[in-house]
Design a binder for this molecule. Structure first.
Ligand SMILES: [Zn+2]
Ligand SMILES: [Zn+2]
Length: 371
């Protein structure tokens, strides 16, 4: 059934683009469902009319073929010899792929902000529907592994290309036919119901997943999907200095997409395990070091453990408990740049609990000396 879009908008067949636009705005306001006398049905009709007449290419086709029945495209619409180039039409529709082929900006003053959100949400989901899913793994590393950086081996259970059909979904010796649902275009129309009416959207053909081709016999291993679950061994390099709770993103290492669509990403959540001696503070490491009270009083060079062996630290005479000394460049490496944090040594002065009688005598003497 063909509708007279000129009549719906109330314009002459020779109306200019500007006049058509004007007429549409007037009618859209008039029939807007939120208006007292507006009706859904009329409003949809006006939109539909403008979708065709407001687009010079579609208007030309409409004028030429006198039909509004573009929706026949999906179901046997591709009649040969009709003079209508369906593939051009489909490409054109696909090219401006959005919520619909409708120019929302023309309605901006009617719907205000509504369009912003309607446009932003949901429009990409179908375009991406074939993309492989993202994967996520959790990795725990020790602080020492964090200090040097580490390679971790993983076995991921993920979607990979089917080796039997090399991803095309056809049994190796099977014939491949043109998809009847989309007539080989890989796309079909779907009506999208929104609160302001139905809009037509171009979506990936559900029968051929956008391939436009369907094998006579589906691949016996993947049942035509072109992908199978398999285990993949992966080595992930975890860079030195990474923080607890940080996530690495490995682009394209997620599930493979359907029939050549892009792979998802792999997200690696890093957990840095607490260390028995060192406490992390940014890129600095903090260490508590107990020293004998004589070292604190007289001063001494002591050995300090680091991830790269022992280093000497000079404790000056007269050091108090709780005093902190910084050993430069012995903290964690800065992530992805040169340099390292410092090792902060906090000193605890040990007070002896058990003394021999000679030690006690000596201390008594010190006491008499006024210490
Ligand atoms: Zn297969
Ligand atoms: Zn198809």
């Amino acid at each position: 059934m063909s509708k007279d879009y000129y009549q719906i908008l109330g314009v002459d067949k020779n109306a200019s683009a500007e006049e058509i636009k004007k007429a549409f705005r007037k009618k859209a306001h008039e029939h807007h469902p939120d208006k007292g006398n507006g009706t859904d049905e009329k409003f949809k009709e006006v939109n539909e009319a403008y979708q065709v007449l407001g687009n010079s290419d579609k208007k030309r086709r409409y004028d030429q073929f006198g039909s509004s029945d573009f929706s026949g495209f999906g179901n046997g619409g591709g009649q040969p010899g009709g003079g209508f180039n369906w593939s051009d039409f489909a490409r054109q529709q696909g090219g401006q792929y959005q919520n619909s082929n409708f120019d929302f900006s023309d309605l901006g003053d009617i719907f205000g902000d509504f369009f912003g959100s309607a446009r932003a949400g949901g429009s990409r989901s179908s375009a991406r529907s074939n993309k492989g899913a993202d994967l996520e793994v959790n990795v725990s590393i020790t602080l020492e592994e964090d200090y040097f950086g580490v390679d971790k081996n993983f076995t991921l259970n993920k979607d990979v290309v089917c080796a039997h059909c090399h991803g095309n979904g056809a049994e190796p010796d099977s014939k491949i036919n043109t998809c009847k649902t989309c007539n080989g275009q890989g796309q079909v129309y779907a009506n999208q119901q929104t609160f302001f009416g139905a809009f037509r959207t171009v979506v990936v053909c559900p029968d051929c997943a956008g391939e436009g081709k369907i094998p006579e016999r589906k691949c016996s291993r993947c049942n035509g999907r072109g992908i199978v679950k398999d285990q993949e061994n992966l080595v992930i390099h975890i860079p030195a200095g990474i923080n607890d709770g940080q996530t690495l993103k490995l682009s394209g290492k997620g599930n493979i997409g359907l029939k050549g669509a892009g792979a998802g990403d792999l997200f690696v959540n890093i957990r840095v395990l607490p260390h028995a001696e060192f406490v992390r503070q940014g890129d600095d490491l903090q260490l508590r070091q107990t020293i004998p009270f004589t070292s604190a009083v007289l001063g001494e060079k002591i050995n300090i453990n680091t991830f790269e062996g022992e280093v000497k630290l000079k404790i000056p005479a007269g050091t108090s408990s709780g005093q902190e000394f910084s050993i430069k460049g012995k903290g964690l490496p800065h992530l992805n740049k040169k340099g390292q944090g410092n090792l902060l040594v906090k000193v605890s002065v040990a007070v002896p609990k058990h003394l021999s009688s000679s030690q006690k005598d000596l201390l008594e003497r010190l006491k008499r000396e006024g210490l």
